[in-house]
Design a protein around this ligand. Structure first.
Ligand code: ADP
Ligand code: MG
Length: 558
């Protein structure tokens, strides 16, 4: 039996395409510019294999032109153009990608710069236009053609006079409706910002007439406006450059241009990975805490680019929560995108990149701590709390990543120290890592519970943040040394005093019983202690929850 081909109701299909694939109307320009860039890339690849053709960079560009009078937006390129047949195939058949065919036919192994693959981007023009006209002349052809369509009704193709090779796409922008504003797609300022946002790193110039103002000749305070053609995009993405070509200032400028923050970055991390999954990334550790950082409103994430085209403004999956303060971008050619190029098809590559980024950040922070202690402490003041939350969250599964990045105030050093520093200084007879919790360092220093430990010459870590003790409980131990609160019943010090206290306890049984009875319901036990020097009594806690933790837990809303 002869096989029948599926027939698609193209009207319905186009309608679906136009109205349901994209969540954001402004991306039509991204799609048209991407196609123009692909068309120029194809000329570039032709020149590689054709000796009679030289690729002069100056001759290749994209131009955007808006005319409010006629409500026309023009996207013009000097790329490879289309023949009549290609117009039929590529713009007449939905989901047919000439670019995809081009990549496979030319066996371009390194053709990852060509963006197109799904054959639907072009139709996004109908989100903002009620008529689209394509004027095109293919490379190597004498005849130009005009393709025109008002959307669902189909299209026409006819011969056309056009001097230069390349393509012009003319969009007749829709009239405003009560709920929708289309005028904005004819506004210079708006177009500029859309180009900057999505297409800043297209590798060919995107030119546009822009209005500038200058002092009138001979005048000191009168200004006049004038038009000037400018290249809108920055073209060379700095993440593709070599680190050796870039200065610290370049990174700072990039940070500020991208509005990652109003501050300056404390540190940048430039990553280039050329393995099974290729990607480039520039990451920043900000100097200041974003104002909403420790609030619910804060959204973590990195910008995600696919071959230089912005896909997602904040991709949360690229950063673990404990590194949510990191800003920056990732660009990869190897992402599997879905048809709208807005989200990812499957996240195997993304998972790989995320894992890779996480270990790079960890290593950078460790180096930072080792080589630039002062700045690291600045960083830690802002984001140390987030690292401690990271240890505590997910039942401590990330503690290995984070434990070496933690710092606490030390009674001995009177500054922040790492756990490694603490442990390496421990005298041989010291069994535990001691800590004390309180509101401020000064208050902790005056706590009676610290006396015995301090008297032994042992170092005590001061915990002044709510999260500290919770995090430490998740860690349990560091380098086989367990943590112990100075307020716990058994401090693990002075075994030989045990007998002495037992004898004293017997002697003073009446007093102890009296105290226990008086305080019944308030304390579990009353004991003789050897730990006190200058204070008559102190409270201690046994078990999982310390006095400080109990305070925090009972203050939490249920
Ligand atoms: P994709 O870019 O994913 O292939 P599009 O719907 O955006 O899909 O475009 C369909 C095809 O039309 C492209 O693959 C390309 O062959 C052709 N095309 C679109 N715009 C241009 C252009 N400016 N110059 C040359 N060919 C183009
Ligand atoms: Mg396309």
């Amino acid at each position: 039996m002869a096989k029948q081909a599926f027939k698609a109701e193209s009207k319905r299909l186009l309608d679906l395409m136009i109205n349901s694939i994209y969540s954001n109307r402004e991306i039509f320009l991204r799609e048209l510019i991407s196609n123009a860039s692909d068309a120029i890339d194809k000329m570039y690849y032709k020149a590689l294999t054709d000796d009679s053709l030289t690729f002069n960079r100056e001759d290749y560009y994209i131009k955007i032109d808006a005319d409010k009078e006629s409500r026309t937006l023009k996207v013009m390129d000097t790329g490879i153009g289309m023949t009549e047949e290609e117009l039929e195939n590529n713009l007449g058949v939905i989901a047919k990608s000439g670019s995809h065919v081009f990549k496979s036919e030319n066996e371009i192994k390194d053709g990852h710069d060509i963006i197109g693959q799904f054959g639907v981007g072009f139709y996004s023009a109908f989100m903002v236009a009620d008529k689209v006209t394509v004027l095109t002349k293919a490379f190597g052809s004498d005849q130009a053609f005009k393709w025109e369509s008002t959307g669902a009704d189909g299209y026409t193709i006819e011969p056309y006079e056009k001097e230069n090779v390349g393509t012009e796409i003319l969009l007749k922008i829709k009239e405003n409706t009560e709920d929708e504003n289309y005028d904005e797609y004819l506004e210079e300022y708006r177009l500029r910002s859309i180009i900057k946002k999505y297409s800043d790193f297209i590798r060919y110039p995107i030119k546009m007439e822009v209005t500038e103002s200058r002092l009138k000749e001979g005048s000191e305070n009168e200004f006049e406006e004038y038009k000037e053609e400018q290249t809108i995009n920055s073209m060379v993405p700095i993440w593709r450059k070599n680190k050796s070509e870039l200065t610290d200032e370049d990174y700072v400028n990039f940070y500020q241009e991208k509005h990652y923050g109003f501050d300056k970055p404390l540190k940048h991390i430039h990553i280039k990975v050329d393995g099974t999954v290729r990607y480039n990334a520039i990451l920043f550790i900000p100097e200041n805490i974003p104002f909403d950082y420790y609030s619910k409103e804060f959204e973590k994430g990195l910008e995600l680019y696919s071959s230089g085209v912005l896909i997602m403004e904040k991709c949360p999956d690229l950063l673990p929560d404990y590194f949510s303060f990191v800003k920056g971008m990732v660009d990869s050619e190897d992402l599997s995108l879905n048809i709208s190029r807005e989200i990812l098809q499957q996240d195997r590559q993304l998972k790989f990149i995320a894992k890779n980024i996480q270990s790079k950040i960890k290593r950078e922070l460790e180096n930072f701590l080792k080589n630039d202690r002062e700045k690291y402490e600045l960083f830690y003041k802002s984001f140390g709390r987030q690292l401690k939350f990271g240890v505590y969250n997910n039942f401590g599964q990330d503690k290995d990543v984070l434990q070496d990045l933690l710092m606490f105030y030390s009674s001995k050093e009177e500054k922040l120290v790492t756990l490694d520093e603490y442990v390496s200084r421990m005298p041989e007879d010291q069994k535990y890592i001691y800590y004390a919790t309180g509101e401020t360092n000064e208050r902790i220093a005056r706590m009676p519970q610290t006396e015995l430990v301090a008297d032994k010459g042992y170092e005590i870590l001061y915990f002044t943040e709510d999260v500290d003790e919770f995090a430490i409980k998740m860690l349990m131990s560091y380098k086989d040394k367990e943590f112990k609160s100075v307020a716990s019943g058994d401090l693990g010090i002075d075994e030989e005093t045990k007998e002495k206290t037992e004898a004293e306890e017997k002697e003073n049984k009446d007093l102890l019983d009296y105290m226990k009875e008086t305080l019944s319901g308030k304390v579990k036990d009353v004991k003789i202690s050897t730990r006190l020097k200058n204070h008559p009594v102190c409270l201690t806690a046994d078990g999982e929850v310390s006095i400080e933790m109990e305070k925090i837990l009972s203050a939490m809303p249920n």
